[in-house]
Design a binder for this molecule. Structure first.
Ligand code: PLP
Length: 387
């Protein structure tokens, strides 16, 4: 297959033409078409309730786009305002029992998810946390070693928000299934930059959201739930968008078939509009192609960092990392501000230095400019830890 012309496609992303933007792990750049969709939404607001059919059409389209992206069967996606919220509605359906009361998490998971899962101790679960032995990456075998028939849920990130370390998830899913546990996979930092096929993965629950690698608006997340599992889980915090017939306004709750039973009340419509173009871009270009381009750029960044003695705090093997590279610089917060002053956007997390995440329409030149600026600023401030 011919590689997409990312140089040409870059014209569709206004932010990439205004700034040297390398922050897709945080907020992906919106395609121009998202602004047109937002404008269409703004105009529809003046229509009052006559806009409802339009909005519901877009809402239904969103399920279809996400199902296509993840190779998920029809009806296996739930939409929610955040990844934490959708996991919470699913977590609530699973009770600890005398024989099965453990939840396994990892130290590299996103804090919001960790807050949710560790709080399940209040409901009688025992939380087992697996740490990254080298501080950088979780060894799948360390998680597998914790999975036995006491474990109800394994809730882990596929790609860490911290340093982009990627978990080898297949043996974890296999071990969980052998032990009768389910896996809740937070793939937020992967979906849109790493191909995910939930059917091939034999996944139970896969969670993501639109505003990072899918280059969409904020306030829209989703979960794939394996159809046979969804049917077994009885919603305990449902709302009318979880009902089999939402607009029947029935007296009693009857859960929707499939994943929609994990939804709640009225959805936010704006992110449905602003997230459509980014999803279409991923589908049109292909996540495999996006992944290849991202790997080229992140490998280029690692090589440039090596040449300049800047430590890399992300696994070096491209199979063991997601779309970002962490560069070990001191006083990273100040550096982020200084880089912003030069028109270069990155961010920082804990003591890992700066996080750099190329969109496929970024270029080697963008990456080179970043590294040269880091070196120049660091020399001026003597802030790079060479080592
Ligand atoms: C790995 C991961 N999971 C989840 C989220 C977002 O969770 P929520 O939608 O609940 O804010 C993020 C955002 O930074 C993330 O990096």
């Amino acid at each position: 297959m011919q590689a997409p012309d990312f140089t040409h496609l870059r014209q569709n992303f206004p932010l990439l033409n205004q700034r040297n933007y390398l922050g897709t792990h945080s907020l992906g750049p919106l395609p121009q078409a998202a602004f047109s969709d937002l404008e269409a939404y703004a105009q529809s607001l003046s229509m009052g309730r006559r806009a409802l059919p339009l909005w519901l059409e877009r809402y239904e389209e969103m399920f279809h786009l996400i199902e296509t992206l993840l190779n998920a069967p029809t009806g296996s996606i739930a939409l929610a305002p955040s990844a934490t919220a959708v996991q919470a509605t699913i977590a609530a359906t699973i009770q600890p029992t005398a024989n099965r009361d453990r939840i396994v998490i990892s130290s590299l998971d996103f804090p919001s998810c960790r807050y949710l899962w560790t709080s399940q101790a209040l409901r009688g679960f025992e939380i087992v946390e697996v740490a990254a032995a080298d501080g950088m990456q979780i060894d799948a075998a360390d998680i597998v070693a914790k999975i036995d028939d006491r474990v109800a849920i394994v809730a882990v990130s596929l790609v860490s928000y911290l340093n982009s370390a990627r978990l080898d998830i297949q043996p974890i899913i296999a071990a969980a299934h052998a032990a009768g546990a389910i896996v809740v996979l937070d793939a937020y930092q992967a979906i849109g930059t790493i191909p995910i096929d939930v059917t091939a993965l034999d996944a139970d629950i896969v969670v993501g959201g639109t505003h990072k690698w899918l280059c969409g608006g904020m306030g829209l997340a989703f979960a794939y739930v394996r159809p046979s599992l969804a049917e077994r889980l009885e919603p305990v915090y449902p709302g009318w968008f979880a009902h089999l017939q939402p607009t029947a306004f029935a007296e009693t709750f009857v859960p929707a078939t499939g994943a929609r039973r994990f939804q709640q009340g009225t959805p936010s419509i704006e992110p449905i509009y602003t997230s459509r173009a980014g999803l279409k871009f991923a589908l049109d270009v292909g996540v495999e192609q996006i992944h290849q381009r991202n790997t080229e750029l992140t490998t280029y960044l690692i090589n440039c960092a090596d040449r300049n003695g800047i430590p890399v705090h992300t696994p070096r093997s491209h199979e063991q990392r997601g779309g970002s590279i962490c560069l070990g610089v001191d006083r990273a917060e100040i550096l982020v501000q200084e880089l912003a002053g030069l028109g270069i956007d990155v961010d920082t997390r804990s003591n890992l230095g700066i996080r750099v995440s190329p969109h496929p329409c970024n270029t080697e030149k963008d990456c080179q400019q970043l590294i040269e600026s880091v070196v120049k600023l660091a020399h001026r401030r003597q802030s790079v830890k060479v080592g």
